[in-house]
Design a protein around this ligand. Structure first.
Ligand code: GRF
Length: 202
């Protein structure tokens, strides 16, 4: 069983899809911890319902960015985390956490990277940009996290059509459904060894 931990900022519907997959046995992983920056995040209630420990760590609990980075790294590592799942986490991962979990942090992005990624490309902005660009398709991307927003190696993508009468909201809803399937499927494949992550350096 791979020990996984989540970082989330909002509703946590992607986290829920993965928790459901773990509970049903479809994903051979053991959810150990949720770290949330936002004390009002719906993800915290989802964790509680699932019986998964959760911690709020943010600039209020740790005003120094480096101290917050260490606190996140240490909480992940104390929970025995092997894989870190970003599930709508709106903060940048600090250098200490990145170094400790190099190639072991996954993110999901609601577009077909490398298009429509990078700074400022989050939430509804992504879907607005896809529609404004006249794209015929969009989708979701699961990728490894590195120092640059939305830049790490791509693990899997799912595609959806962009329909002529789409609004950013309707496109978001279509993409989000695929995100849930894609993120759960990617983790299931990692746990089964069908997707292999780069070997840790050293
Ligand atoms: C998703 O669209 C994900 O791609 C993005 O943030 C959103 C999170 O939604 N990174 P949820 O919190 O999982 O419901």
């Amino acid at each position: 069983m791979v020990k996984i931990a989540f970082l989330a900022s909002h509703g946590g519907s992607n986290m829920q899809a993965i928790l459901d997959g773990c509970a049903s046995g479809a994903i051979a992983a053991d959810p150990a911890l949720l770290i949330c920056n936002n004390p009002g995040a719906g993800a915290l209630q989802r964790a509680e319902r699932h019986g998964m420990p959760a911690q709020v760590l943010n600039a209020r609990s740790h005003p120094e960015p480096a101290a917050l980075d260490f606190a996140i790294r240490d909480a992940l590592s104390a929970a025995g985390t092997e894989l870190v799942i970003l599930a709508g986490y709106m903060k940048k991962i600090g250098p200490a956490t990145l170094a400790h979990y190099r190639d072991r942090i996954l993110n999901i992005h609601p577009a077909l990277l490398p298009k429509f990624g990078g700074r400022g490309m989050y939430g509804m902005h992504v879907h607005e940009a896809v529609i404004a660009a006249g794209e015929a398709e969009s989708g979701a991307t699961v990728h490894l996290v590195n120092e640059v927003y939305d830049d790490g190696p791509i693990l899997q993508q799912a595609r959806v059509p962009v329909l002529p009468d789409d609004t950013p909201e309707s496109l978001q809803a279509r993409v989000l459904k695929q995100e849930h399937l894609l993120y759960a499927d990617t983790l299931a494949k990692i746990a089964r060894g069908e997707i292999t992550l780069p070997k840790p350096a050293g």
